[in-house]
Design a protein around this ligand. Structure first.
Ligand code: ADP
Ligand code: MG
Length: 311
């Protein structure tokens, strides 16, 4: 790093102010300590983001920070958990300077207020490689109520929050495909700064039989529910909720249903579900295996690649 705070200087300046939870001990100790609650379970998840893979190195640092936190909060929400806090491990290349860190910390601070979480601890190292941000998020649920992938039941309906495919289109635009304003701004925003369904997630406890967050592509992620639940999931293509911006940029439903980075919640439930939830019914659970996408005539639509994979 250039012009530089020491490791401890940067922790004191940028991260101690974010450690608002009393258990974080203002980052003054080797570890944070959380009170174990007799009637709750802790839910834990980690996601690492690497420059050039999950974001572009010159993306705004506040949005990189926000995305790193939000993708973790999305996992907690999909499990029905309320977020508590997070640990932050940073591998910083030489090019990261004070101004970058200030913006990065600002992005975290704003999201901490929005979602009611605190930084609990972490680690900071230098790296000869690309910038990497690893966050471990901790949430809580009443004992035994975390919603798993494996609970889908025959006859369940399948639901998804928000709209699908926006972020994939946003990435395509960043990579040079052209959309008209203001659609481009909306779609790019959905890629750079997803909206984790933090308030929806806990409301799913008690009636969602299986749930996950859609990060690699709707079809691919529903495939995880199908596999772990030993069922087949049938999705009605025309029911998949899409934004007007996406429909005007790219009406292709298969691309929408297989693009990554949505960070919506997909879940199954026996009907009826509580009124007023911001979700759309997109299909059903049957006997069998895998995920099939049907058109308006009930014909199967070929899906060459269900979603994103790293390897
Ligand atoms: P250790 O030597 O045990 O790795 P450090 O000296 O790295 O501990 O960290 C000192 C304190 O600062 C610890 O409380 C740690 O959790 C915190 N910390 C270090 N890096 C970060 C970070 N990126 N975000 C939040 N807390 C951090
Ligand atoms: Mg350390």
């Amino acid at each position: 790093m250039t012009d530089k705070l020491s490791e401890f200087g940067l922790i004191a300046k940028y991260f101690v102010p974010l450690a608002t939870h009393p258990g974080a001990l203002a980052l003054s100790d080797d570890a944070a300590v959380l009170k174990a609650e007799a009637d709750h379970d802790l839910v834990m998840t980690a996601d690492a983001l690497t420059a050039g893979v999950h974001f572009l190195p010159d993306d705004p640092p506040n949005l990189i920070a926000s995305k790193a936190l939000r993708v973790n909060l999305s996992d907690l929400a999909a499990k029905g958990a309320e977020p508590v806090g997070y640990l932050l491990a940073l591998a910083l290349p030489q090019s990261i300077d004070d101004a970058w860190l200030a913006e990065f910390a600002r992005g975290l601070g704003e999201d901490q207020k929005t979602f009611g979480v605190s930084l609990l601890g972490g680690d900071t190292t230098a790296t000869p490689g690309p910038l990497t941000i690893a966050i471990t998020a901790i949430g809580r649920v009443p004992h035994g109520t975390m919603i798993r992938r494996s609970g889908a039941k025959l006859g369940d309906h399948v639901y998804v929050s928000g709209t699908i495919g926006d972020a994939g289109a946003g990435l395509a635009i960043l990579q040079g495909k052209v959309a008209r304003e203001p659609d481009a701004a909306f779609l790019i925003g959905r890629y750079r700064q997803p909206t984790p369904r933090v308030s929806l997630g806990p409301k799913l406890r008690g009636f969602a039989n299986a749930s996950l967050d859609v990060s690699d592509g709707l079809i691919a992620d529903l495939g995880h529910i199908a596999e772990t639940s030993h069922v087949r999931i049938v999705v009605e293509a025309e029911a998949i909720p899409r934004s007007d911006a996406l429909k005007s940029f790219d009406p292709d439903i298969v691309r929408a249903a297989t693009a990554g980075d949505d960070y919506e919640i997909a879940f199954t439930a026996s009907s009826p579900i509580p009124a007023g939830l911001p979700v759309t019914r997109i299909g059903r659970v049957e006997a069998g295996q895998g995920v099939v996408l049907l058109d308006g005539q009930g014909q199967e639509i070929a899906v060459p690649k269900a979603g994103f994979t790293h390897f």
